[in-house]
Design a protein around this ligand. Sequence first.
Ligand SMILES: *Cc1c(COP(=O)(O)O)cnc(C)c1O
Length: 395
Amino acid sequence: MYLIGKEEVDAVRKVIESGQLFRYRGGEGGETDGFEEEFAAKIRTEHTLAVTSGTAALICGLAGMGIGPGDEVIVPAYTFMATALAPLAVGAVPVIAEIDESLTLDPANLERKITPRTKAVIPVHMLGLPCDMETIGRIARDHGIRVLEDCCQAVGGSYGSKRLGSLGDAGAFSFNQFKIITCGEGGALTTNNNVLYERAMIYHDGGCVFRKHAEEMGIPFYAGSNFRMNEILSTILRVQLKRLDGIIEGLRREKRVMMEELCDEVAFSPNPINDPEGECATTLSLLLESRDDSRAFIDLITKKGIGASSPIDSGRHVYRNWEPILHKRGAHHPEYDPYRLTDSPPEYSPDMCPRTLSILERTVCIPTNPTRTAEQTQTIIQGIKQAAQQIAGKT
Ligand SMILES: *Cc1c(COP(=O)(O)O)cnc(C)c1O
């Protein structure tokens, strides 16, 4: 969202002047420790591990679950490609499942894609929209598979009485520049599972065995990597975290007005939402009857200067554009390629998820903005209304 200002600048200056940019130099109580504590309190999980990106959070989450070669991880056909790359990074392969009209993983299709090799599912709360966690949780329990929530686009959202990122075995968050709160690049893993947390901790810090906290850890050290967060980014995130509730409130306020005023239009229906109270409201998403209607609708409203697009055009978020995956080039080295490390690699093709493609091409997304005035919101609503009536009149 990039709502960032003087407070972040002051916080960064303080950290730089302290001469302490590395999280593990001075013992306890640094900015990263503080951020982890505050984020865990916000999401209401036992642990938070700050990492360098949402992708890193997904990878550490899967490593924490002990997932590896021969394993399958189910991901939705509509998400940023990183969700599908993460299983490959730990030696497993992604299996791609359909979404439903909520723009999130279709639980029925998830269940159909489960095989004896399935070890985990990554439901993605796309556009701040919560997945059907009740059904997904039940399916996961029935089949004994793990749940890693991809909350990269949904920090601050909830499902029922719980925060997104606290419903599955773990949650992965991103703070890159395009997310709800940001420090440029960054991420976090949340979990209540101690073993998962310690395994992820070791994966994220190859030097973990040399840290002060190493003696308190209960599992053997294995070869990790480096996805460590630093004090500059953590101090930015601590300020951003204070802005989060206000941002979400602003987004929800604007979306509520939009929904109230647009509920009678016949040209579209809002995409159904698994928890309308809990969604982050970053986007107004509308479902039209056909691809042609959605195209015409986007043309009409963009001509009025209103930002709108179809998720089918969002390139990297649609599975048929995930080139390395569709071509099964799963690693930098052939002997290390997870597609070669399994007896039965999944089949992919650009048309394997027709329902997802049909839903995406009929959907129109209009971003909300917490900084708009009531008048600016009204201008957008009136523009959408006029376009909707033109579309409805045509048919
Ligand atoms: C942004 C995003 C990611 C990856 O986050 P990075 O911080 O860019 O690595 C993963 N999944 C989804 C749904 C995202 O939107």
